[in-house]
Design a protein around this ligand. Structure first.
Ligand code: ADP
Length: 496
């Protein structure tokens, strides 16, 4: 079957990878459906893209920020028009159901409108000088050429979280999309170009991590790297980037706990748990992967949760009746399978699912049954390590304090949720849960673009997307204007 061939996007031109190699982008619901061949780029392609970005920086940084923002405003409006088309293309390349891919495009729209407003803010501060007739202020400057490395689970939203703030601040970008879902990045960049973005300001280099990502991280002209992906790769990137003193923003894994107290609205908690655990087929860094149940409701919750998990309709995300799409690729199926084995060896009780779905109508894709483990103890690997699939663990506890301790007992700290009607406990949890995000009476997923997004401990390295992205994509410059017409020495001439 014939399929289109895509190229890299460098200096406003579509160019094949220098090595001529390509990677196939497959529909995870049906691997015989090839979305396209995308370049398998290498260091030479990264060099060209960085050179283009460097050249474009000379003029882009001088475009007034409100003008840069107008391009983002138009991008948001155009994405609204294209939402359905891009959502369908995203479901085809990534697998998640249409309602969710529409949400993914919507997130890029929200981000465009939010960041467009920043074009008229980008505030600095003025402050009194310690000397007479001297003015002091601090202004935000762009960083320069930035490298963006993105994962496959939010193929348009995550690129937009990085591209838009980088652009409004005056940076130029080289983006390396995930090898499994490059098309959505192409769609996003196409929309930016249609909105009037000058050539060279955003460049796309497609390819795999070691081939195209690593040279971007190592490139001497790239001043910052913003990465979302696994903790293993994030650690590698931080180490490599240190050699050229790049700033690095890392957004990585989670093992997100939902705590359900005895006094919770159980129907609400069940709806939230199901959505948090199996939305995006569990392939979100904020997915609910541990559900901590207080002893009084544990049995009833488990029974009702499992009954509903069993009934979830798994299938091709383009079918509006489907609730859970495929996993992205064979490797993720292997990971889910491996963790099911690990959990069973550890003595966890498999109460639902637990296997890849290989019979018709699933045979051509990479599907995994929604899987629930009960009888989990906090020490088990299945309770501590990220699976990134439709696999959730149920743990029972006695006291609220014990639940907080279990929730905090892992290496990650991205998202958490508490279901209760007790306002005192709600506020205690907001303070004590070690995570970048805490939800009360809502599941662990559902971040909004204008709040800080990121985590503590091994989830991140302290940066935030959303509210916080401009801190990463700008650098402070202190400016002093002396209008005294004489030499005034700081710390010396005002000593008396
Ligand atoms: P995931 O498990 O979500 O696929 P990865 O961390 O493997 O997460 O990938 C996230 C992104 O990082 C992808 O775009 C991938 O190609 C890229 N990547 C993987 N390995 C490297 C590497 N060694 N250097 C730079 N980027 C990499």
């Amino acid at each position: 079957m014939s399929h289109p061939t895509y190229h890299n996007f460098i200096a406003g031109e579509w160019v094949p990878a220098a090595g001529g190699k390509t990677l196939l982008n497959l529909n995870p619901a049906d691997h015989s459906d090839v979305i396209g061949a995308f370049p398998a780029s290498g260091a030479a392609d990264v060099d060209s893209a960085v050179a283009a970005a460097k050249k474009a920086f000379a003029t882009w940084r001088l475009v007034p920020a409100p003008k840069r923002a107008e391009i983002l405003l138009r991008t948001g409006a155009l994405l609204q028009e294209r939402k359905e088309k891009y959502a369908r293309e995203m479901t085809r390349e990534m697998g998640k159901v249409l309602a969710e891919t529409r949400g993914d495009v919507q997130e890029a729209i929200d981000e465009a409108f939010y960041v467009a407003g920043e074009g008229r803010r980008l505030y600095g501060v003025t402050t009194p000088s310690e000397l007479q007739n001297k003015f002091a202020m601090s202004v935000r400057m762009p960083v320069g050429v930035v490298g963006l490395i993105t994962p496959w689970n939010f193929p348009m939203a995550i690129p937009s979280w990085k591209l838009f703030p980088a652009l409004v601040a005056g940076n130029t970008c080289v983006i390396k999309p995930a090898e499994d879902t490059p098309l959505s990045t192409y769609n996003l960049v196409e929309t930016l170009m249609d909105s009037g973005l000058p050539p060279g300001v955003v460049n796309i280099v497609s390819g795999d991590g070691p081939g195209a990502g690593a040279p971007l991280v190592e490139h001497a002209q790239v001043r910052a790297i913003s990465f979302t992906g696994s903790s293993e790769v994030g650690s590698l990137i931080a180490q490599r980037a240190a050699a050229t003193f790049k700033q690095v923003s890392l957004e990585m894994g989670g093992k997100n706990a939902m705590i359900v107290l005895d006094d919770a609205n159980l129907d609400l908690a069940l709806d939230g748990a199901l959505w948090g655990a199996f939305g995006t087929t569990g392939q979100r860094c904020t997915a609910t992967s541990r559900i901590l149940l207080q002893r009084g409701i544990a049995a009833e919750f488990t029974e009702r949760f499992v009954a509903r998990a069993r009934k979830l309709r798994v299938g091709n995300g383009l079918d509006e009746n489907v609730e859970v799409g495929p996993q992205i690729n064979r490797q993720q199926i292997e990971t889910s399978t491996r963790y099911v084995e690990i959990a069973q060896r550890e003595g966890a009780k498999l109460v639902c699912g637990g296997r890849a779905l290989t019979d018709e109508p699933y045979a051509k894709g990479t599907f995994f049954a929604p899987t629930v483990f009960a009888g989990i103890t906090p020490q088990m690997r299945i309770a501590r390590e990220e699976v990134f699939g439709p696999v959730v663990s149920l743990l029972a506890f006695d006291t609220f304090e014990e639940a907080i301790a279990i929730a905090n007992s892992i290496d990650y700290g991205l998202s958490t949720a508490l279901y209760t009607r007790d306002v005192n406990r709600a506020f205690t949890a907001m303070r004590d849960l070690e995570a970048g995000i805490t939800y009360i009476n809502a599941p662990t997923i559902g971040a909004e673009v204008h709040l800080p997004f990121g985590g503590v401990k091994q989830t991140g390295n302290g940066h935030r997307e959303g509210l916080g992205a401009l801190e990463f994509f700008t650098t402070w410059k202190a400016v002093y204007v002396d209008y005294s017409d004489k030499l005034q020495r700081a710390q010396i001439d005002n000593a008396e």
